[in-house]
Design a protein around this ligand. Structure first.
Ligand code: AHM
Ligand code: MG
Length: 315
């Protein structure tokens, strides 16, 4: 069975890139071990601080960020770290050839209820600086801390899935994830309906109308409230995830962050045959202007994303 180091050796000659992925995988394995016992240790609550975006930080947000920092600092391949939990980009090694942008613990509001959370990461070449389009990524991945701890990673080729085994090794269990083009599942926070734009409203209404409406088939809705969990389900069996620009988030540019949430997920979707858009533009072509920039996120099964884009084109 293929382990992560063998897979990396076959995917890239860039040892710094491979090393950065190994560091993120090692940090994630450490985070996984802490999450497993967090309710016993009383670590699921708030840390009492807020991050740069004014969001309450959970104790585990801070702990996960510290673990990632520790692993990346020990790796001279890393030049800069951008983290959701840190106001500024952190300078690491002056010889580093890769930048890592990460959300160390995404979906942390789910920690109190023992629902899947994740670590998301994007890897960029140092020469381009921290503000590069998603299409410049060298690699991206996430770790889903669910019933199994899964690492989903892509360099240039396919999006591959590893599972953390009892012996601490990451074993390949799916070489090529494939997002089916058609799907009957959509994921959106419907409690925000009153803020939606016309395109989102029209798309979702068609889905709810099911076989009696223009979509002509029945849909189911799923919303974990943890992007990693929702995206993992879509990568494994199809569907669409929407966090569109709405009248409440318009001033901020959206809800989810471009550098360490939208771009890495869009990169993984592309490797699995899925599509990603802001509604009007491929997410991977969005020019970043700030490390914590937000962006509308719509991604998943190609036919579904196309239907949303069609509504945006009409709007
Ligand atoms: P976080 O990075 O602070 O955890 O926020 C991101 C999360 C995503 O995981 C999830 O898709 C979204 O926020 C949920 O938003 P909502 O609270 O509107 O359901
Ligand atoms: Mg987060």
């Amino acid at each position: 069975m293929t382990h992560l180091p063998q897979w990396l050796a076959a995917e890239t000659d860039d040892r710094n890139l491979a090393g950065a992925i190994v560091s993120m995988a090692a940090a994630s394995a450490e985070i996984a071990a802490i999450l497993r016992a967090a309710p016993i240790e009383g670590q699921t609550g708030l840390a009492g601080a807020t991050n740069v975006q004014g969001e309450a930080q959970k104790a585990l947000d801070v702990i996960s960020n510290d673990i990632v920092l520790k692993h990346l600092r020990a790796n001279p391949a890393i030049s800069i770290l951008v983290s959701e939990e840190l106001d500024e980009a952190v300078e690491m090694s002056s010889q580093g050839t890769v930048i890592v942008a990460t959300d160390p613990l995404d979906g942390s509001s789910n920690l109190d209820v023992n629902v899947t959370v994740g670590t998301i990461f994007s890897i960029l070449p140092t020469h381009g600086g921290v503000l590069q389009k998603g299409e410049a990524q060298l690699a991206a991945g996430y770790v889903a801390y669910g019933p199994a701890t899964s690492l989903v990673v892509r360099i240039k080729g396919a999006t591959s899935v590893f599972t953390l085994a009892q012996d601490g090794q990451w074993r390949l269990n799916l070489a090529e994830a494939k997002v089916p083009a058609a799907s009957g599942e959509f994921a959106i926070n419907t409690a925000r309906e009153r803020f939606w734009d016309a395109a989102t409203r029209n798309y979702v209404s068609e889905n709810i109308a099911g076989e009696t409406g223009a979509a002509g088939k029945r849909y189911n809705m799923r919303w974990v409230g943890s992007m990693v969990a929702d995206i993992h389900r879509i990568l494994m069996r199809g569907g669409i995830f929407l966090y569109p620009l709405d009248s409440e988030t318009v001033g901020k540019g959206g809800r989810l962050r471009l550098l360490y949430e939208a771009n890495p997920m869009a990169w993984l979707m592309a490797g699995a045959g899925g599509k990603s858009t802001t509604g009007r533009q491929d997410i991977l072509t969005v020019e970043p202007t700030d490390i914590h920039q937000r962006v509308p996120v719509i991604m998943g099964s190609a036919d579904e994303v196309q239907r949303v884009e069609n509504w945006y084109a009409k709007a």
